[in-house]
Design a protein. Sequence first.
Length: 216
Amino acid sequence: MLLYGIIGVCGLIGLLFLIRAVRGFRQWRLIDGGVHTLLGLCFLLAAAAAWLLGFSLLTYERLTREQPAAEIMLSRLGERYYRATLTYPSTPTHSFELRGDEWQIDARVLKWRGLASIAGFDTVYRLERIGGRYRDIDSERRAARTVHVLNEPTRFDAWELARRYREYVPWVDALSGSATFLPMADGALYRVSVSQSGLVARPLNQAGREAIAGWR
């Protein structure tokens, strides 16, 4: 809502300045018209930047407490070879083929602090990718690797901008990547949840609990 307010105010001010610029040009007050044109364009650019930021944030999920992000069902296809079926709370199911001993999900968590937190900005997150990993280092270096994108990168991304220009936006804490991984086993079902501290995965059935017991 705050971003919508900024977009509306900046857009309105920009239009008012442009209207005054047109009046100035009509009365041959070129300097006055030029100044108002420049100010109008600046406010319209600010409105456009706020709109792009809001559009980017729509690709993230709001986070106010620990909440489920996805469920993962694993089916064995071969030696160190599995199909991972992801079920999201609000989107269709997707399947991915993974190689290795463990699965791993990565996410970006965008946290706010200071004035942004006081203004009511919620922490947001976005699952980035899922991949397979090997327990031993030699296999991790030499064996076939699999990784899949869960959210396609965008040209204008709030997380990337906040990370790149963090010295100019002190109210954003964008340096919070998070990952969780657990063993793969035939028939294992896991739930991935996300909280203010990052991702956490838990088994939901006996196959998952047995995989974790042997993994530890």
